[in-house]
Design a protein around this ligand. Sequence first.
Ligand code: SME
Length: 157
Amino acid sequence: MAETLTTITGSKAEQYAALLPQIEALVTHEEDLIANLANVTAALKEQFGWLWTGFYLVKEDELVLGPFQGPIACTRIRKGRGVCGTSWERGETIVVPDVEQFPGHIACSSRSRSEIVVPVFKNGTVTAVLDVDSEALAAFDDTDKHWLEQLVALLRF
Ligand code: SME
């Protein structure tokens, strides 16, 4: 299958609405987890151009860095630590408008100003988190929460 991605301009919701069916088509035809996560991060990066877009996978008692797009990042995060570990512990999406105001935020890149972390669930258990970082303050809101939660629901692991 030839993988192509059509990116669009428009409102954030319009961009997500155009992107999600394409991501669904990509992951529906491929069973390999790493291949799918890699393509999801690339598609998000292509459409939105965020600083960092990637997954951390739950492995035993830690989150371990998975497929991502952007600057190199910390490889392991403990439960309850940083935005990612807190999202994992709570089992809920966390929107951080200003990373300097989030106690315990882990600064993998000094260029990151705001962040959203979305947990991925399988049978009610968090198996990974999707982490997105922006160089702009307050880049993420309820629109991103809504659509990124829909996006991770497409992932079967
Ligand atoms: N800022 C995250 C760490 C991961 S990097 O942003 C890629 C956190 O506080 O959990």
